[in-house]
Design a protein around this ligand. Structure first.
Ligand code: ZN
Length: 308
């Protein structure tokens, strides 16, 4: 079992890419760690943000679908994506989001202070203030000082039709465990102490969500190796859940399934990582294409909307 591995990445849908880039790099201070295209739809950007070294558990990626309508909230979708930042950075983030004109609410969940807000395309976000762990050593210059910076994900909230079924899937196939329940929210932990260790399940009586701008397209769990990934896929099939064959995503290798309420969930390997096609100091600065798309670079570039 893959104990403590947690989340690898979260992939969401945005509107115009330049608003997305400005918000995540300038307001939240994340590093752009890869500029590429959607391998299944090369006319669309696939933009990746993360911490300095692009560690699994910090990677938030977007498909900017410029003509997409707004999402419709419902069941079978990932709701909030939560970042984590040091407890001592709370006042800093209140000031920073206020200055940036980002509306937010504040609260506490299971004793952890949180700020809840949305990105420019209505994606649900929060920052959980916990511990004193600073972000990884930067290999770039962020507009946010390292001791205040977002270090990666704390977790995600899943809105599901049948939390009991999702709980079984999460615990039996992935080795997560139940922690506590409060206000209709059940918290599960991957059991480690790295990034992306929490998932909250919330029962949703609503019809299936409709994908649009601000939706999370899928979430991905980490696999420490191809063997660990194969083991999780086997567990899933033992539970009667179909899995895809392994796909090469250039920076990781992926197997996909659906959570019992329909949420797309990927299992992504840590290998080979984001410095496979450019040095760590340079990642995210220019468009990288996989070998099979490189011959079409000129046409692809001509079709992509600007990032700045
Ligand atoms: Zn993915």
């Amino acid at each position: 079992m893959n104990k403590g591995a947690g989340l690898h990445h979260v992939t969401a849908v945005s509107g115009m890419p330049k608003e997305n880039v400005a918000f995540y790099t300038q307001v939240l201070g994340l590093r752009m760690v890869k500029q590429t295209v959607n391998y299944d739809d090369p006319g669309t950007w696939h933009l990746y943000y993360g911490d300095g070294p692009a560690n699994p558990g910090s990677i938030l990626t977007f498909f900017p679908w410029t003509h997409v309508g707004p999402r419709r909230a419902g069941s079978g979708e990932t709701g909030e994506t939560w970042f984590q930042a040091p407890l001592a950075s709370h006042a800093f983030w209140v000031e920073r989001l206020t200055q940036a004109g980002v509306a937010f609410t504040q609260g506490e969940r299971f004793g952890v202070p949180v700020m809840v807000f949305r990105d420019p395309h209505q994606m649900d976000l929060s920052i959980a203030f916990m511990g004193d762990e600073a972000a990884s050593t930067p290999v770039w210059t962020s507009p946010v000082a390292q001791d205040m910076a977002i270090s990666g994900f704390a977790g995600v909230t899943l809105h599901v039709a049948r939390p009991d079924k999702t709980a079984r899937w999460l615990t039996e196939a992935f080795g997560w465990h139940f922690v506590q329940e409060q206000d209709g929210r059940s918290r599960f932990s991957a059991g480690g102490n790295g990034l992306g260790q929490w998932i909250d399940l919330v029962a949703s009586p609503l019809p299936m969500a409709q994908l649009g701008a601000g939706s999370v397209h899928h979430i991905a769990f980490r696999a420490g190796s191809d063997d660990a990934q194969a083991g999780m896929a086997e567990q899933l099939r033992a539970l009667g859940i179909q899995t895809t064959e392994q796909k090469d995503r250039n920076y990781f290798r992926s197997v996909y399934c659906r959570e019992p309420s329909g949420i797309i969930v990927e299992i992504a390997t840590d290998q080979p990582g984001f410095d496979v096609d450019e040095p760590l100091a340079e990642i995210g600065k220019s468009l990288k294409l996989p070998p099979w798309l490189e011959p079409h670079r000129a046409d692809i570039v001509a079709a992509l909307p600007p990032l700045v």
